[in-house]
Design a protein around this ligand. Structure first.
Ligand code: URA
Length: 237
């Protein structure tokens, strides 16, 4: 048994003083009964708690997918800049959420935001071989020399990249599949080919593709099936 205010505040959405106010305004129900005292002890696994019209669910972790727009940094907070957490809808917000990996401020696309450090490790560690696919627009035409360089493990100043698959999709556009996630990796790899990345959009992690109906700036919970797709390892790139 735990105090009701402790249970509600552990969800990260309301502070203890907000919970007190909600209770005195008749906004907390336990099994359909109005609760005024926030020191009441209940078993959170055995009762239904509704706060401000919303039922609490006690999942250990939360997994969100965001279609990141440009202009947001991949951090949990920043004094001067907007962060990807600013795009999490209030009903999904938890204080312990963080972006699993980084996309540059001017990169768009698939980003996972979670409270689960283990999942983040599993999808980001180069040892796990989770593939990431990016759509790219360059300032110059894509060449066969670039395709070969990417396949043959480009040397960056912090070490050699694993072999990457570069597929041409247009004169200045291509798709690249990598299994690592180094700082500015795609931009630096193209830098080694004397090309500048103009647009960068991540469309896939593991076997999870950015859903077509998830608009730029939208963020929602992953389904269980999507969560599984995210963690699928496919060593052949
Ligand atoms: N590579 C980059 O250069 N930038 C990103 O945001 C992601 C991959």
């Amino acid at each position: 048994m735990e105090r009701i205010d402790k249970i509600i505040s552990s969800q990260g959405k309301y502070t203890r003083s907000e919970i007190k106010k909600l209770a005195s305004n008749g906004k907390i129900l336990v099994d359909g009964i109005l609760i005024k005292k926030t020191d009441l002890k209940v078993d959170k696994n055995k009762c239904r708690i509704v706060v401000n019209g919303e039922e609490l669910t006690f999942k250990e972790h939360i997994y969100l997918i965001l279609n990141k727009p440009k202009g947001y940094i991949s951090a949990t907070e920043d004094k001067n800049q907007k962060t990807v957490l600013d795009l999490v809808p209030p009903n999904l917000y938890r204080a312990t959420l963080f972006p699993a990996g980084r996309l540059d401020k001017d990169t768009t696309g698939l980003m996972i935001i979670t409270t689960d450090g283990m999942l983040a490790h599993n999808i980001l560690s180069p040892k796990k071989h989770i593939k990431k696919i990016y759509e790219i627009t360059l300032d110059v035409p894509v060449t066969q020399i670039m395709v070969e360089k990417f396949a043959n493990e480009i040397q960056l100043n912090d070490g050699q990249c694993k072999s990457a698959l570069l597929e041409t999709t247009g004169i200045n556009t291509c798709k690249v599949t990598i299994t690592e996630g180094r700082y500015h990796q795609i931009k630096r790899m193209f830098g080694c080919c004397s090309a500048k990345v103009i647009e960068l959009n991540r469309i896939c992690m593991g076997n999870l593709f950015l859903p077509k109906d998830l608009k730029l700036g939208e963020c929602r919970e992953l389904t269980n099936q999507e969560l599984e797709l995210l963690q699928i390892v496919d060593k052949k790139i």
